[in-house]
Design a protein around this ligand. Sequence first.
Ligand code: HEC
Length: 126
Amino acid sequence: MRFKTLTLAAAAAVVLSAGAAKAEGDAAAGEALFKKRCAVCHAVEAGKNKVGPSLAGVVGAAAGHVESYKYSKAMMDSGLTWDEATLDEYLTDPRGVVKGTKMAFPGLKKEEERADVIAYLSTLGQ
Ligand code: HEC
């Protein structure tokens, strides 16, 4: 009986750590994807805005934090803070999550691609 409980606990631990590893994403793959899908509109250098704002230091920042960039009212009023969870939702369906956003991007439908891009964004300093 005791042995069986321990086995179950070990199995649960394996399942949990596998889930965590998957959610972490691969920053190198995320960088390649960023260059293909995001870089036309976003620079990663601080202070350099394109059609979209610079994404330097975006993880942990409030939506609309780049002062030199003119965001939509929808983004300014969203009240979001960019962490893994909010970025994951926004990048799945930008216009569904921030209604009225001017980010003309249909979204990344694959969970793995989002996790990779978010891992890459986390490496960008201020
Ligand atoms: C067609 C141009 C375009 C593409 C492609 C694009 N974006 Fe954007 N993005 C924008 C614009 C414009 C905004 C500002 C939105 C607003 O003010 O409503 C924005 C805003 C954002 C924000 C919020 C930034 C902040 O300072 O609050 C994040 C995060 C973001 N984009 C990530 C991405 C990622 C990651 C990709 C690639 C998967 C991507 N974007 C692709 C144009 C784009």
